[in-house]
Design a binder for this molecule. Structure first.
Ligand code: DX5
Ligand code: ZN
Length: 223
């Protein structure tokens, strides 16, 4: 196991908190500021009580950045839309087990397309739901808020779950990113990292900051 202090921290700003009237500039600015991935929250007004944007927005932005597109699908049924996001330029596709009847099959589909596959765990979803699909999983994403909105408070109740998932992932025979999404700030990022996360998704604390590079560096560990 890699010592926690030396683990690389991946920062994935969430476009949800960007200025939607200036998306192209926002994406260029976040890339220049040192982001590792661009997190794209897809909401359908049905699986979650909010609507964001769809694959046409991804396709339009794809040619303006080299950042990996980390797509978080909050839509149900999810399976019928996987190809639309793959074709639009997604590099990673993460989905909730509750969004379709056959999580294993959905992950197989994403992997077969050559993309990284992720599973998102809502605050009340048990970590064990990944156990029998771990061989197909590249990213485990722990929701530290209920999905649907940016700017919510971090749920510290998720910290023991992150620690449990760290142990499960360390026992896997392939690399799996452990991401935390929701309420990540300079105060809560160290809590998530200490619990075992290696990837931080942050909307408000990055895109609403005056200096994107400073905000990203602060989340990464200040140095
Ligand atoms: C919530 C989304 C998050 C959200 C995070 O459903 O999955 O990615 O954009 O926003 P903040 O960082 O503001 O909590
Ligand atoms: Zn998200």
């Amino acid at each position: 196991m890699v010592a926690r202090e030396s683990r690389h921290v991946t920062i994935a700003p969430s476009l949800l908190a960007a200025d939607f009237g200036r998306l192209r500039e926002e994406v260029s600015a976040i890339e220049a500021a040192g982001a590792d991935w661009l997190h794209l929250d897809i909401m359908d007004g049905h699986f979650v009580p909010n609507i964001s944007y769809g694959p046409t927005v991804l396709a339009a932005l794809r040619k303006h950045t080299k950042l990996p597109f980390d797509v978080h699908l909050m839509i149900a049924p999810v399976d019928v839309y996987l190809d639309a996001f793959i074709d639009a330029g997604a590099d990673h596709i993460s989905l909730h087990p509750e969004a379709g009847p056959h999580l294993h099959r959905s992950l197989q589909h994403i992997r077969k397309a050559g993309k990284k596959a992720g599973v998102v765990l809502n605050p009340a979803t048990a970590p064990e739901s990944i156990t029998w699909a771990l061989d197909l999983i590249d990213i485990v994403l722990v929701m530290s808020v209920n999905p649907g909105f940016g700017g919510q408070g971090f749920l510290t109740s998720q910290l023991p779950k992150i620690a449990q998932l760290r142990r499960m992932i360390d026992a896997a025979d392939h690399p799996v990113a452990l991401a935390v999404d929701g309420g990540i700030t300079a105060v809560t990022a160290p809590l998530a990292l200490a619990a075992g996360a290696d990837t931080l998704i942050a909307g408000t604390s990055v895109f609403r900051a005056a200096d994107y590079a400073a905000a990203i560096a602060e989340l990464r560990g200040g140095a």
